[in-house]
Design a protein around this ligand. Structure first.
Ligand code: LLP
Length: 421
């Protein structure tokens, strides 16, 4: 469920009419609903009620400070994968003890930043990283709290580019080697083992791969405890998928996911951490765009809009689908015709949808890409020297620009022409 509905024939974000935002901010822009973000976060805390838990929002899915502050104020922890994301979480007021640091390539500088600033745990992905972290923590007179990310060799049956839990993926250490790696961790002076971490992929639409992975984690917990390790936290990663189209997708609900967690891991008396990104932010955001031209091709009609692949790269990068809706609600029974919805960028991959049914549209009309709150703005670029797309947050009947569109003076000022040219 989200809070983007037609009211009096106009698409609204909560109580704000989308054209009102477009009028103030210009297009294209992202708009997020505070109520939807809140609701999706609470679905997880409710699903895990009864077991000690921390829901760590995956900052990579949407890292705007206002979004992080909203979730942080509700009690969310944060899952960060870079020094930059760590700084964002802290700048949004999230205390270090609620931040987990994931990622295969943490640098020494990033480790020191988090150790000095405060961190709940590092999710370590290799022996080399364990040694480096121990050295850095020791140098600071600290011990780094650590889980080791294990790769359970489970196929998440999701898009090739976002699957992470198979043997051939670069993530974690093979679960078969866990015993050895935990023994190393226990022997390192700068490391304190606190638990186990696993993350098998993103946009999972089936619970079975989670079940397989969690069963392996349960077994490993017992084994590592028997070997003398204090396994008190289980970080289960993120990955629960969302419906990208209203018609034919029904990914599992957080409630069922929570029940699965309790069934497979509930008797271990561990604190459960999860790292959802997409399920919290995905359907809490739209990308709003204006039609520039309608172009009659030989065989098809192109809707050329002012958003492009630099603003929302998922269709070009993963072949992902985002439903596209007109901001003015079509009259009941109004005819629709298929459009190829494309952006202005000079390559064919700048295509959002082919033969997508929409009512008859004209230049100046607004459309919205749904489910764009996760991995939308964060993956945007300035390709073709298009200014970075702005972001807006709506709460009830008011809205605020939470990242402004840079002007061209700012954009040009970032480059320097060397004197010798
Ligand atoms: N934890 C870890 C360690 C991760 O690598 C990820 C996502 C998450 C949590 C959050 O997963 P979520 O709950 O959002 O599925 N750019 C791609 C998605 C990449 C996901 C990478 N890791 C896309 O647009 O679909």
């Amino acid at each position: 469920m989200d809070h983007f509905l037609y009211r009096d024939g106009i698409l609204h974000a909560e109580d704000v009419a989308i054209p009102d935002i477009a009028h103030t901010v210009g297009t294209p822009f992202y708009v997020y609903s505070a109520a939807t973000l809140t609701r999706h976060y609470r679905l997880f805390t409710e699903a895990l009620a009864g077991v000690p838990h921390l829901v760590c929002f995956s900052v990579k899915s949407n890292s705007n400070l206002a979004v992080l502050k909203l979730l942080g104020d509700l009690g969310a922890g944060m899952d960060v994968v870079s020094g930059g994301e760590y700084r964002r979480a802290r700048a949004a007021g999230v205390p270090g003890e609620r931040i987990v640091f994931s990622g295969v390539g943490k640098t020494g500088e990033e480790m020191a930043l988090a150790l000095e600033g405060g961190i709940r745990q590092f999710n370590v992905e290799s022996e080399a990283e364990l040694r480096a972290l121990s050295r850095i923590a020791e140098g600071l007179g600290l011990q780094a709290p650590v889980t080791v990310r294990v790769n359970p060799d489970v196929d998440a049956h999701t898009h090739e580019k976002i699957s992470t839990g198979r043997k051939e993926d670069k993530f974690g250490i093979p679960i078969s080697r866990a015993s050895e790696v935990y023994a190393l961790a226990a022997s390192l002076p700068g490391i304190e083992v606190v638990g186990i971490d696993v993350h098998i992929g993103s946009q999972l639409t089936d619970l079975a791969p989670f079940e397989a992975a969690f069963a392996k984690v349960a077994e490993l917990t017992r084994q590592l405890r028997a070997e003398g390790h204090d396994i008190r936290r289980l970080d289960l990663g993120g990955g629960l998928g969302i419906p990208y189209t209203r018609s034919n997708e029904a990914p599992p609900l957080p409630l069922d996911y929570g029940a699965l967690v309790k069934r497979t891991l509930g008797d271990l008396e561990c604190e459960i951490e999860i790292e959802p990104g997409r399920l919290i932010s995905g359907n809490a955001g739209l990308l709003v765009s204006e039609v520039i031209y309608v172009k009659e091709g030989e065989e098809r009609e192109f809707l050329i809009v002012d958003a492009a692949m630099n603003d929302l790269i998922r269709p070009a990068m993963y072949g992902a689908h985002h439903d596209i809706v007109p901001v003015t609600e079509p009259a009941a029974g109004a005819a629709s015709s298929p459009y190829d919805v494309v952006g202005p960028i000079c390559e064919t991959s700048d295509t959002f949808a082919r033969q997508w049914p929409l009512p008859s549209l004209a230049p100046g009309d607004l459309i919205a890409f749904r489910s764009a709150g996760a991995y939308g703005a964060v993956m945007a670029s300035e390709y073709n020297s298009r200014p970075l797309v702005p972001e807006v947050l709506v709460q009830g009947d008011h809205f605020a620009v939470i990242r402004k569109r840079p002007d061209f003076d700012e954009i040009l000022a970032r480059d320097t022409i060397p004197e010798w040219l």
